[in-house]
Design a protein around this ligand. Structure first.
Ligand code: FES
Length: 145
């Protein structure tokens, strides 16, 4: 009987881990981070954020920040999950629309129309003493599909 080397088993473990993380991402569209792994950076004033999503560019990554009806902050990637164009907020229909191939996402980033197969990615966001902060580690993980 042929015995598997440790190298192959490690590769299998790695592939299993990547598949699990990818699966979690595909289901939620969220980059999971523990609090200890977060690196908060200030990107603006929290008072400027209303219910209409406001576009920020953090390290050249497009991020929309908005408040829901309960005044809770949300940050979401503006990078279309189809081919990476920056989505536009479309106020009349209350959704994000990609100008490149027509993908449509809900306010919370769920892909609902067009070629995008994954939701927009949520980014941890908070406010401290009036300052708007996002988790830079999550921002740095955003990439073009
Ligand atoms: S890049 Fe957005 S729909 Fe193709």
């Amino acid at each position: 009987m042929e015995e598997e080397c440790k190298c192959c088993m490690n590769r299998r473990d790695l592939i299993t881990t990547i598949a699990a993380v990818g699966g979690a991402f595909a289901l939620t569209g969220t980059i999971e981070q523990s609090d200890a792994a977060m690196k908060w950076v200030v990107i603006g004033k929290a008072a400027e954020i209303k219910e209409v999503p406001k576009l920020f560019h953090v390290h050249d990554k497009a991020i929309y920040v908005f408040r829901d009806e309960k005044h809770k902050l949300h940050a979401i990637s503006g990078i279309c999950t189809h081919k990476g164009c920056t989505v536009d907020w479309h106020g009349p229909t209350h959704d994000f629309v990609c100008p490149c191939h027509g993908a449509v996402y809900t306010l919370m980033g769920k892909n609902v129309k067009g070629p995008a197969r994954l939701p927009l990615v949520s980014i941890p966001v908070d406010e401290v003493k009036g300052k708007l902060r996002v988790d830079m580690n999550s921002v740095m993980k955003l990439h073009m599909p």
